[in-house]
Design a protein. Sequence first.
Length: 97
Amino acid sequence: MAKQVVRGRGAKAFSPTWQIPFTRQNFIYFAAGIAVIIAGFLIMLTGNASDPVKSHLTYDNPLAIAVAPIILVIGYCVIIPLAILKFFKRTPSEGTE
């Protein structure tokens, strides 16, 4: 036979509520990370040669070769994980109901 759990007097039933753990600052960091990633891809697009016939043979912009991958790594490996992992305390105006 299974035992029944008897709650004492005054014991309140616990109903857990779930809230999304991200605050406004997390979303701002996430948007900044997306902006940095888009900027990195736009800089990478500048590397195509000016001659459309030879565009698949040459890639002549050092900014696109050296800087764009660094910007993309910063966006993907620093800012986006920071937006996910950083814990900000909630303010009363953010609705902790």
